[in-house]
Design a protein around this ligand. Structure first.
Ligand SMILES: C[S@@+](CC[C@H](N)C(=O)[O-])C[C@H]1O[C@@H](n2cnc3c(N)ncnc32)[C@H](O)[C@@H]1O
Length: 258
């Protein structure tokens, strides 16, 4: 489906100042209150192409359709969230694309949920589980702020104890401290050919995760880490930035066979 040429009433937009300050909001007719910031009226932008400028509260903003990166920047954190470089690798290792049915645990702050919901598209579904209601609440709010709620079903459950109660899933994504305690449940809920992906912060958790995948008969098992190094591109020379995110997490993945 082609992206409409002009902004439509009710769609989610990003209001961004050149200096970086940004917020997500709905494009509504008439004045609307932005929490902690005052009242803005974007009526004149309805029917205009994205990228226009808006003067508000003494500053100039640009109005865009939000990209996935903008959605992730707006996530309010309760749990440690997955970084974009790792989230995109999860999508790749999980073979997750338009129309996919995916289960993830735990929901945490919902950052990975947003990425998964983005890639499964309007025809896909993300079933997101967390055993703690306070995390589910935060995840629910973040996913709603991203405009993706209709692709996500949240359930309060301890998946290590009670499994997913779903069948024929295309992928199961585990971002929780003990993925090996969920690999049996993951296998039971996957279709043949579907993938499980685990994400953990330490080597010993990674080893236990891979052992869990082997014990369940998963094949094509891979374990890896994604390193990202930003570059400073100057007029006189280009070099790596001095600071780098040294460590985030380790990924493991496998495919269910018959
Ligand atoms: C690191 S956070 C997930 C972060 C999330 N992927 C994000 O990007 O925002 C881990 C979550 O797993 C949940 N969790 C841990 N063990 C669980 C289990 N057995 N069943 C369901 N949720 C669990 C925790 O409550 C916590 O919210």
């Amino acid at each position: 489906m082609a992206v409409p040429a002009v902004l439509e009433e009710g769609e989610l937009v990003l209001l961004r100042r050149r200096e970086g300050d940004a917020m997500l909001l709905r494009l509504l007719r008439g004045p609307q209150t932005i929490e902690g910031r005052g009242v803005v009226d974007l009526s004149a932008e309805i029917g205009r192409p994205a990228g226009g400028t808006v003067s508000w509260a003494g500053a100039t903003y640009r109005l865009f359709r939000p990209a996935l990166a903008d959605l992730l920047q707006q996530v309010r954190r309760k749990a440690q969230i997955v970084t974009p470089k790792d989230a995109l690798e999860v999508v790749f290792l999980g073979g997750i694309g338009p129309g996919a049915r995916v289960a993830e645990a735990g929901s945490g702050s919902g950052a990975l949920t947003i990425v998964l919901a983005h890639f499964v598209g309007p025809q896909g579904r993300v079933h997101s589980f967390d055993r703690r209601p306070e995390f589910l609440e935060v995840a629910r709010r973040n996913v709603a702020a991203s405009g993706l709620s209709d692709r996500v079903v949240f359930t309060e459950r301890d998946v290590a104890r009670d499994g997913f109660a779903l069948q024929e899933l295309d992928a199961v994504v585990l971002d929780l401290p003990e993925p090996w305690s969920v690999t049996t449940a993951a296998r039971a809920s996957l279709r043949v050919g579907g993938h499980v992906v685990t994400y953990v912060p330490t080597y010993n958790q990674l080893e236990a995760s891979v052992r869990g995948l082997r014990a369940e008969g998963f094949e094509e098992i891979r374990a890896l880490e994604v390193l990202e190094r930003a570059l400073h591109v100057g007029e006189r020379g280009t070099r790596p930035e001095f600071e780098m995110l040294g460590h985030t997490g380790f990924l493991a993945a496998g495919r269910r066979v018959a």
